[in-house]
Structure formats: C-alpha cells, structure tokens
Design a protein around this ligand. Structure first.
Ligand SMILES: *[C@@H]1O[C@H](CO)[C@@H](O)[C@H](O)[C@H]1NC(C)=O
Ligand SMILES: *[C@@H]1O[C@H](CO)[C@@H](O)[C@H](O)[C@H]1NC(C)=O
Ligand SMILES: *[C@@H]1O[C@H](CO)[C@@H](O)[C@H](O)[C@H]1NC(C)=O
Ligand SMILES: *[C@@H]1O[C@H](CO)[C@@H](O)[C@H](O)[C@H]1NC(C)=O
Ligand SMILES: *[C@@H]1O[C@H](CO)[C@@H](O)[C@H](O)[C@H]1NC(C)=O
Ligand SMILES: *[C@@H]1O[C@H](CO)[C@@H](O)[C@H](O)[C@H]1NC(C)=O
Length: 299
C-alpha cells in the first residue's frame, strides 16, 4: 500500500525581507496546519483529487496532504469492513506522526469507510471529519451506477441480492437501505446497520465513544448531486416507507443518539453545508464548495 503525499514548499525564504509576507509565513510555520487525509469513493482513485489538493495548497500552504491509494476503481467494490482495515493500516502511521492530530476529507462511499475507521479506532486524534457527499444514511435509487453494476435489478428488487450474505460482500450492498424492507435491512446489513447502531451489538458503546473523539463533523451535500439518493442522505436524512424524506433531526438514529450525532450537535460540533448546482463528481473539484464548506475546517 502506498499513499500519494504532496507537500508544498513554503515560499518564506524568498520573501525574507517582506515583513508582512514573512509574518504570515511565520504564523503558518509556528501554528502549522494539521495534515489532511483524503479517502476516495466508489470507482475512483487519488487522481480525482488534484483540484482539491490545489485548493488546500493555495489556502493552507505547507499542509501535508495524503490521498490514500487503496481499493481504487473496481477494487472499491470490496466489502467495506475489508476496506476499513486496509485504509486504517495506511492511515495509522500518519496519525502516529501527527502530534496535533489530522483532518479527514472523505468523499462519497469513502465517507462511510471513514465512519468505520473513526468508530473502531480508539484515541484517533482526528479533528475535522469532512464528509463530502457521502450516503451516510444509506442509498436507495436507480442511478447509472446501479444500472451498470446490477443491470438485471432495479431499486425495488435489489434487496433480494443485497440483503443476503453474498450481497453483503459487495460494498454498495453494505449501505443499501431499502425503505420498504427496513426489518430485512436491520437484520442483514453487516455495515451501516451496525455503524448506525440500528442492530444491537456488543461494541456499540465503544464505537460511539471512539466516534465522538472527532472535534467537528461536517456534512456536505446538495440537491443536484444526481447520485446520492435521496441527496439528504449526505446529511443523515432518509426516506420513510412512503419515500418521503425525513430530515436528520427526526430520524431515530438521531433522536436516540445511537452513535453520537445528537451529542455532536449539542456540543456545537455538527455543521451542515448544502449547495445547489453541484453534480456528484464535482464536489471535490468545485472551488466554491471548497471556500464555503471545507476551507475553514482545515486549521
Ligand atoms: C503548492 O503551491 C506552491 C506555490 O504556489 C507550488 O510551488 C507547489 O507546486 C504547489 N504544490 C501542489 C501540490 O500543488
Ligand atoms: C507527510 O506525511 C507523511 C505521512 O505521515 C510522512 O511520511 C511525510 O514525511 C510527511 N512529509 C513531510 C514533508 O512532512
Ligand atoms: C429480523 O430479525 C428478528 C429477530 O431475529 C426476527 O424476529 C424478524 O422476523 C426478522 N425480520 C426479517 C424481515 O427477517
Ligand atoms: C467487536 O470488536 C471486536 C474487537 O475489535 C471484534 O473482534 C468483533 O468482531 C466486534 N464485533 C462486531 C459485532 O463488530
Ligand atoms: C403515505 O402516503 C399516503 C398518500 O400520500 C398517506 O395517506 C400516508 O399517510 C403516508 N404514510 C406515511 C407513513 O407518511
Ligand atoms: C460550483 O458550485 C457552485 C455553487 O453551488 C455552482 O454555482 C457552480 O455551478 C459549480 N461549478 C461547477 C463547475 O460545478
């Protein structure tokens, strides 16, 4: 396993006599920006993040940004617990090196992988967890991805495949959330239903404690996403059994604080950022999204 690591050189040397510039560089050098770890989504790879890396380099020069190069392209279909273990092993040395902690930016399916990491890794020192258009409450929609992956299925019958032990070996089935088969989802989802605490298990108290070590949860998404369905899933909203979207604050997982969402909100550490006119594949490459939703959390 490897990680793409790009570190920009501070230009303070050349500007030594320009006191205002030098002062700014000195501040950055003394405070230092926390390293940033990026986890990619379904069917993509670190190559998708060149724009995001540029935005970070411009606004926070000197930041050590690592885009983890694992489970790229079709390997991203592997079961999410497998991916959590792989990403965790790759990220662990970065965390160990970062006295002051790190930030996570996790895109699409990667946002669920990051939740798995943050729930199962004690004392992880992750400050901002930035979830960039991730189906945090699950996915239920006839998207192009679905047609490509499962041409013989539509959203209404995919549960026949997903809610089996064979289905659970495919990443997207790990967070497939059919609102018309809630019981089956709760009984068979080996990933999201456990992370959410919807199916009781012996580690849920420990997982909640681990997850709550984050300092800030930033949930980014928007109505023109086109892939995350419903798009509100990026902010923990989801369909009821009528396919009407119920917002996060009226969801059971929030109301009963099953894994810490309500606690984060009470602490003032839950931040929602919604933007229209952003397609799914553009979230990491849109400067407006970066400026309004991401920039301020990378200090
Ligand atoms: C970061 O910005 C500096 C200065 O503009 C540039 O020299 C460097 O190549 C940039 N690094 C990345 C990774 O974009
Ligand atoms: C950036 O972070 C990686 C992972 O911790 C580390 O191996 C590398 O040395 C760091 N680079 C710099 C210049 O600090
Ligand atoms: C889910 O599991 C419970 C408890 O084992 C069981 O009573 C129920 O029938 C199951 N529901 C479905 C739809 O499988
Ligand atoms: C609970 O955690 C232990 C130790 O990490 C692990 O072996 C076990 O599989 C976990 N149980 C569940 C339900 O994930
Ligand atoms: C579902 O929709 C129907 C028709 O709009 C409505 O009568 C019913 O009350 C709704 N059920 C729920 C649970 O919202
Ligand atoms: C970037 O996001 C803004 C704000 O939502 C939007 O107006 C703009 O069209 C987006 N640009 C691209 C290239 O997606």
């Amino acid at each position: 396993m490897k990680s793409t690591s790009v570190v920009s050189t501070r230009r303070c040397g050349a500007a030594r006599l320009l006191w205002p510039v030098f002062g700014a560089c000195l501040v950055a050098a003394v405070i230092g920006y926390k390293p940033v770890v990026i986890v990619h989504g379904l069917f993509d790879s670190p190559g998708a993040f060149v724009n995001l890396m540029r935005f970070i380099n411009q606004s926070h020069p000197g930041t050590n940004v690592s885009v983890i190069d694992l489970y790229d392209h079709s390997a991203s279909l592997q079961p999410l617990w497998t991916q959590v273990e792989g990403f965790k092993a790759a990220i662990y040395p970065i965390l160990k090196n970062a006295e002051e902690g790190v930030h996570f930016i996790c895109y699409s399916q990667g946002g669920l992988i990051c939740r798995g990491i943050l729930s199962t890794l004690p004392n992880h020192k992750v400050h901002s967890f930035i979830s960039l258009s991730s189906p945090q409450a699950g996915q239920y929609g006839d998207t192009d991805y679905l047609k490509y992956l499962f041409p013989q299925f539509v959203k209404s019958n995919l549960f026949h495949l997903c809610y089996t032990s064979v289905g659970q070996r495919i990443s997207i089935c790990n967070y497939w959330n059919d609102p018309h088969h809630r019981d089956l989802y709760v009984n068979t989802s080996d990933y999201l239903a456990l992370l959410n605490g919807e199916r009781a298990h012996s580690n849920s108290t420990a997982w909640k404690k681990n997850f709550l070590q984050i300092k800030k949860l930033v949930l980014i998404g928007g109505p023109d996403d086109g892939v995350i369905t419903p798009w509100q899933s990026s902010q923990f909203g989801f369909y009821d059994d009528n396919e009407t979207v119920v917002e996060m604050k009226n969801q059971d997982v929030y109301l009963s604080d099953m894994f810490g969402l309500k606690t984060l909100n009470a602490r003032g550490d839950l931040y929602l950022c919604s933007m229209a006119d952003v397609e799914h594949v553009m979230w990491h490459s849109n400067q407006t999204v970066y400026d309004y939703c991401i920039d301020k959390w990378l200090i």
